[in-house]
Design a protein around this ligand. Structure first.
Ligand code: FES
Length: 136
């Protein structure tokens, strides 16, 4: 597994974190360190990108080794499932009527794919539109 290093992360800015080719192949899941946080970048089955916290909030398992399924990543340890926004969507060992999963969310960054590169927004609040000047 290759560790990805973003370019210098200025606050309140879009930061290039990977090339689209880094997610080519059968398993589009890679580790990314961004703004001091260990994250995992992946592409779900519908093509959406997710940049979510790398360590499962249950027991800390590394989600880079998670199973990519059901439009998200499933923790390799006990099977908690997270979508591309970092929202937990399933806790297999909980009772069927449990809604605890709805309260569990991993940290995440907004990501955009543009001209073969993947950028994450580092800043507070809602990410602004990706700059048109990035076309050049
Ligand atoms: S460590 Fe991830 S589900 Fe238990």
């Amino acid at each position: 597994m290759t560790q990805q290093s973003p370019m210098t992360a200025d606050r309140e800015d879009w930061v290039e974190i990977a090339s689209a080719s880094d997610l080519a192949g059968a398993r589009p899941v890679i580790p990314v360190d961004l703004d001091g946080q260990r994250m995992v970048l992946f592409r779900d089955e519908e093509g959406r990108l997710g940049l979510i916290g790398r360590h499962c909030p249950h027991r800390g398992a590394d989600l880079c080794f998670g199973r990519r399924e059901d439009n998200g990543l499933r923790c390799p340890f006990h099977g908690w499932h997270f979508d591309h926004t970092g929202q937990c969507t399933e806790q297999p060992a909980e009772p069927l009527d449990s809604t605890m999963y709805q309260t569990i969310r991993l940290p995440s960054f907004t990501v955009v794919e543009h001209a073969g590169r993947i950028h994450a927004y580092v800043g507070s609040g809602t990410a602004p539109a990706f700059p048109a000047s990035a076309d050049t």
